[in-house]
Write a protein that binds this ligand. Structure first.
Ligand code: ARG
Ligand code: ZN
Length: 882
């Protein structure tokens, strides 16, 4: 809990540790309420910081029993304990071993960091600073050691005993106890340590690496869930093969294990050789998991596996470098998914995600650079900025270098830094040296926060037959950064001729592009680019593929957006044009609604949607993306200030209904044509059909027609997979119709014993736009399947209400805010990380109209005034208030 003023840690204060620790031997004796840990550390002074005679180790919430130095027991006058660690005085000048014996209480650990017992399984989460809750250690990522871990437990309680590396010994002891000893030969920081013990079922497979080594693959789950592991295992093998092929990276141990647990603070964790997952991202069966679940499993299994090279073999020097492993690994998992599925659809999904989560963060009080320069609680920096914007920065480097030089740079990065703890500077230097491309201006992206705004103004000069494109950039101020330098922004562009086809591009003073794809570099505040031999007025397609995480504005109007929506050869920009066009109509309609004017029906937009629905050449999932209107949150962002959530909701729903009326027959036809009969397959093609079909169902239901509701009810009753079942239930649950309660009850009764499916049931009700939603959410907190102690439950019910139900969270009387704040405070006593995450729902509070702003401010002030707050919640609350 809060120590008076939590002090920020700053990057500029980094210094190497006074000592190195080369080996860690752990002897862990497990019982639910006491885990006794005997730890022996091989310590060596750091030659570059000589003359230190006391050793300071991190340790929190531990009961210290004994200390030995070089095998000799130390008296209490030789060491000092306090709430954050242990200091050993008068240590020898050379290398020495230090043994501590201590205890912790896994059953009482509700914060789920360190060693905890949940659902009968002992498990650990050490990133970022959880290891110090298991034993005393230099718990920082630049201290890398070889670990040997011996686990002892009652066999009946924990028949399976796992830790990092290879199992070197195991056996039975007296009194029904047994042990296993694991050895990980690769030096690693403490945050990659893991231990799991419990009654677990196992699914096994094998992978042969490119150099011919056999790797034993295992997924451990709660007994009974073995039939839900096949997809995760398949994804793992594909990820292993992909990393060999695309990055030349092979797996390095003889065994790779994944454990799925139901109580986990995040998605998953890349512990060396022993990844631990939130079971939501492993377990899938067609009847229990949606297509989106399958896609997430594939991506996250790959993400954690890819960390073995980008994160584990090369780790971070300090936590300010978090993006070095996370941004890079997200980029790698995005590329994997793009190769496994549809590249265009993946890009659209990633940009959607960036815009809904990262842009508001970057434009609000919690804005921070991809590489932050200070933090109070590092757990608050596992953000969309570090992860998603971090990935965009790597993607820009990829765009600037091209595939081949990027690979050369990455190869050099791996050779130079393998086995080391590196920095962002090391990464940029390797990519620059390996490719010969100068990245010095580009580096600003890493320390400058905020989303840059790029203004484009294009003109066709008929006399010169030239197209002149003027670009400028500004980056708005962010907390602590009033002044910004211009960035190096890669912008892919194209010019479309009258027929909608791409014109050949001949830049003046530049190099001609090979394929028609052309990337220009905007490096100054203002810059002009010219293209010759343009014989007729073109329509420009700017920022194709979203080559930079910026907000682009231009002198294009509705006619041009409609043209690009109909014709752009770049699928991302075609989607972007549809979003821009829809957004123009919608923001107009939102204003009309407040002024008592008549909203537009959008017949022009509907006309293009009709063509798209009728185009057999387009993949169904892309069509689905093209026809989904911008989300309410996206519209709120586009409006930016004085946001009226009710007007947004009504205008959007009305436009959906209007489109559905205009295109009912087309939606119905697409619904019927995209059936996926036969055995369910989670592949992208089948999933795309279901996605389009269910999007059409949603539109049809938006008309409120009885036949559409009946269709949804019928789909719900007959669905043989969770995707179709959930889509239909979603329609019913979000519509005020008699079928609503009946369907929710039927779903509940069928799945009440399945914790993952129950999360879907909670989330669906929490995101309902109907007026009774908040009281329903309160009621559901008393449901036996709900628990504040389980992060997935909290995210499903309270998190979805706060972050995915703009209309009801922002109820004008402020009751939504007060409810969420109540839960944040209750959770803060249980699990500060999850509490702080939830509080993030308030980050955009200044964009709403004054009444709601006042309610949110008051709520935040009440949180800050609490006597006992965790550092996690304290940091988010104070920074949000600004
Ligand atoms: N490294 C994990 C990943 O793959 C996430 C760890 C998050 N840790 C935390 N303390 N929030 O993304
Ligand atoms: Zn990661």
């Amino acid at each position: 809990m809060r120590t008076e003023d939590p002090r920020p840690i700053a990057l500029k204060d980094y210094s190497e540790p006074d000592f190195w620790i080369d080996e860690v031997h752990l002897d862990v004796d497990l019982a639910p309420e006491t885990a006794q840990v005997r730890s022996t550390l091989a310590v060596r002074p750091n030659a570059s910081r000589p003359g230190k005679d006391s050793l300071r180790l991190d340790g929190e919430g531990l009961e210290l029993l004994e200390v030995h130095l070089n095998g000799e027991k130390l008296g209490p006058n030789r060491y000092q304990e306090d709430e954050s660690g242990l200091t050993i005085m008068e240590v020898p000048a050379g290398a020495f071993t230090l043994t501590t014996v201590s205890r912790c209480n896994p059953a009482a650990n509700t914060a789920l960091t360190g060693l905890y017992l949940a659902g009968g399984i002992f498990c650990t989460q050490c990133e970022a600073e959880g290891f110090r809750r298991i034993t005393y250690m230099l718990d920082r990522p630049d201290v890398m050691a070889v670990y040997r871990t011996r686990i002892t437990a009652e066999k009946a309680l924990a028949p399976v005993l796992l830790a990092n590396g290879n199992c070197v010994e195991s056996g039975v002891l007296e009194d029904g106890r047994h042990f296993a000893e694991w050895h990980d030969p690769y030096p690693k920081p403490s945050y990659l340590f893991a231990l799991v013990a419990g009654d677990l079922g196992c699914v096994r497979d094998a992978f042969t690496t490119a150099s011919g080594r056999e790797v034993d693959l295992r997924i451990y789950v709660e007994p009974g869930n073995e039939d839900r592991c096949a997809y995760a295992m398949d994804a793992l093998k594909r990820a292993m093969a992909w990393d060999e092929k695309v990055f030349g990276r092979e797996y390095d141990l003889d065994i790779f294990m994944i454990v799925a647990v139901s109580a986990f603070n995040m998605g998953a964790m890349e512990n060396k050789g022993l990844n631990i997952f939130n079971d939501k991202y492993i377990l899938a069966r067609p009847d229990t998991a949606t297509d989106l679940d399958f896609a997430n499993i594939e991506a996250i299994v790959a993400h954690e596996y890819f960390h073995n090279w980008t994160g584990n073999r090369i780790t971070c020097r300090d936590w300010f470098q978090l993006c070095l492993k996370e941004g890079l690994t997200v980029f790698r998992d995005q590329e994997f998914t793009a190769d496994m599925r549809s590249r265009a659809v993946k890009r659209i999904a990633d940009v959607r995600m960036l815009r809904t989560h990262q842009f508001p963060e970057d434009g609000g009080p919690l804005a921070h650079p991809v590489r932050p320069d200070a933090y109070i609680e590092i757990n608050n920096f596992y953000t969309a900025t570090v992860y998603e914007k971090g990935a965009e920065l790597v993607r820009m480097i990829y765009t600037l270098l091209g595939a081949e030089k990027f690979r050369k740079g990455m190869d050099l990065y791996f050779t130079r830094h393998d086995g080391r703890a590196a920095t962002v500077e090391d990464f940029l230097e390797a990519l620059s040296d390996g490719s010969g491309v100068d990245l010095s201006q580009f580096k600003r992206w890493y320390h400058q926060a905020g989303t840059p705004e790029v203004m484009a103004s294009g003109k066709w000069d008929g006399a010169q037959q030239e197209y002149v494109l003027q670009l400028s950039q500004v980056c708005p101020p962010t907390p602590g950064q009033p002044h910004k330098e211009p960035l190096h922004i890669p912008i892919e562009i194209g010019l479309l001729g009258e027929d909608g086809a791409d014109l050949p591009l001949s830049p003046i003073g530049g190099t001609a592009a090979a394929s028609g794809a052309h990337v220009i570099s905007l490096t100054k505040r203002e810059q002009t680019f010219r293209f010759k031999n343009v014989t007729a007025k073109p329509v420009p397609s700017l920022l194709r593929g979203f080559t930079a995480p910026v907000k682009l504005s231009s002198n294009l109007g509705e006619r041009e957006w409609a043209f690009l929506m109909a014709h752009d050869s770049d699928p991302f920009n075609r989607w972007e044009a549809a979003q821009k066009y829809a957004s123009m109509i919608l923001t107009g309609n939102i204003a009309a609604l407040s002024n008592g004017k008549i909203p537009r029906a959008g017949t022009g937009f509907a006309g293009i949607v009709r063509k798209i629905l009728n185009d057999p050449g387009l993949e169904p999932e892309f069509v689905a993306q093209m026809i989904v209107l911008p989300a309410e949150q996206t519209l709120a962002q586009a409006i930016g200030q004085d946001v009226d959530v009710e007007a947004i909701h009504s205008a959007r729903e009305a436009f959906r209904a209007s489109l559905a009326e205009q295109l009912y027959a087309e939606f119905e036809r697409a619904y019927n044509e995209n059936e996926t009969p036969g055995t369910y397959s989670p592949d992208a093609e089948a999933a795309g059909k279901r996605s389009l079909r269910n999007t059409c169902l949603g539109y049809m239901a938006a008309t409120g027609r009885a036949d559409a509701i009946a269709l949804a009810k019928n789909q719900f009753d007959t669905a043989d997979n969770m995707t179709d079942s959930m889509a239909a239930l979603g329609v019913l649950a979000h519509t005020d119709c008699p079928e609503r309660e009946e369907a929710l009850r039927a779903f509940h009764d069928r799945w009440k014993d399945d914790h993952l499916v129950m999360d879907k049931w909670f989330a669906l009700q929490a995101t309902s736009p109907l007026p009774g939603t908040l009281s329903r959410v309160r009621e559901l907190m008393a449901h036996p399947a709900f628990s504040l102690r389980n992060p997935n439950k909290v995210r499903a019910l309270i998190g979805s209400f706060a972050t995915a139900n703009q209309l009801r969270f922002h109820e004008s009387g402020g009751e939504g805010y007060r409810f969420v704040a109540e839960q944040v405070l209750a959770l803060d006593k249980i699990n500060p990380q999850v509490a702080a995450r939830l509080l993030g729902a308030f980050k955009s509070w200044r964009q709403f109209e004054p009444v709601r702003q006042a309610h949110m401010r008051e709520t935040l002030e009440r949180i800050v005034s609490q006597a006992e707050l965790s550092r996690d919640v304290y940091e988010i609350a104070t920074k949000t208030l600004g």
